[in-house]
Design a protein. Sequence first.
Lengths: 88, 404
Amino acid sequence: MTATETTLEQLRDAALEELINVATDLAEETIPPVAGLRETLDLDSMDLVNWIAALHRRLGVDIPELDYPKLRTLDATAEYLAARLGAD
Amino acid sequence: MTAVYRMPSLGADMEAGTLIEWVKQPGERLAKGDVIAVVETQKGAIEVEVFHDAVMGRPLVEVGETVPVGTPLAELEIEGAPPETGAAKTGEAAPAPRGTPRPMAPEQPPATKSHTEPSTLPAGRRRASPAARREAERLGLALDDLRGTGPDRAIVLRDVAEAAGKAERGVPSAERPSPRHGLDLAAMREAIAAAMARSKREIPHYYLSQTIDLTSASDWLARRNAELPPERRVLMGVLFIKSVALTLRDFPELNGFDRGGRFEPAPGIHVGSATAIRGGGLVAPAIHDADQLSLDALMDRLRDLVARVRAGTLRSSELSDPTITVSSLGERGVDRLYGIIYPPQVAIVGFGTPRLRPWVVDGQVVPRTLVTATLSADHRHGDGHRGALFLAQVGQRLQEPETL
């Protein structure tokens, strides 16, 4: 496993953990990394902003409002976060 | 002076509740608004509050018991209160908004039957409180293996907790937060069905809709949010709630309750914010005095409410106090929604999805962000003319977002 893969996996795990912290009713769900967060998991806008705020606090990554639509799935989120972290 | 604290009514659709836990013990002091107990209802486990300073007295109901609304739960010692006020009243024992005694709803006598827990259980079934039953199921524990310490040796939550080797209300572990404690979606569906059927049967609704140009509000909000860290950004839904709340100051006839056919205006503007529950179901907990809160404070309140809807820990005043409901299915893509009034409220305001659309401004067709706002209101207590003026003012306020 390359270093990049490890990082992506860690970011995905972090994203999942924070997601369950803000939407505790999902704690027992199996969340596929490619599942649409809005469509499949039925997250609403308040869940999303709470989650994004938690990611910001945890990772220090600024996520502008215009980028919210890019966080479609856990996989997409991990990639987005990796790119933002790499760019810093 | 001894009064009794009764099972509060947490909405027109509630008939009974199950006592899950006493938060206060006999002899403990209670300040107005303190949580006295946790009660399980169709809306999940609700922290119920007292509405007077008092001293906790003798409990009259055992943990695990299901009792109808209005049943005495505990004695309270109240200093200097006349005998027939406050906690001694029946039915609407939830705190009245901002300390004003709320008259009893004459059309809502305390219900006498319980849907949630039959008093006699089928033979061969262990006696257990619904909360204990579900918790045991969640933890994969067989009821037959548990020792019951409740009434008639029924299994109550603390028995399940003991068997599971953890404290009853311990802090949920970080890696495994407890999901919606005690929420029974089937019971909630029944409760919603009862309330909505009553609404459609009894309330002559009138419906209005108005298209609002949201361009300046969304531009203003985008600029504001761009400068702020994610945790301080505000959602458009908050602007909707604030504009409705401010406008209600001029339309008191839409903010209050139907009491047996007579309108009773509410002293405060407590906006119920409709929140969908994943898996089905809906609650609309109150944001108290929404007209007096800044956008930031409103956002914080809404954030907190949604988090507690998810966790299943709402408070009694949040369920019983809304004086109007605002529903935005904004993100789900519908153009507009016509809400059904939640009795005894008399109005519900709906917002559809804001979208970029062609619109005529100064004789030119231009792309603008538009939203459709709707009002469903009780025709017994007002007419469409005032309703139209109300929607127009909501739209006007959204043209000047910096004043919200």
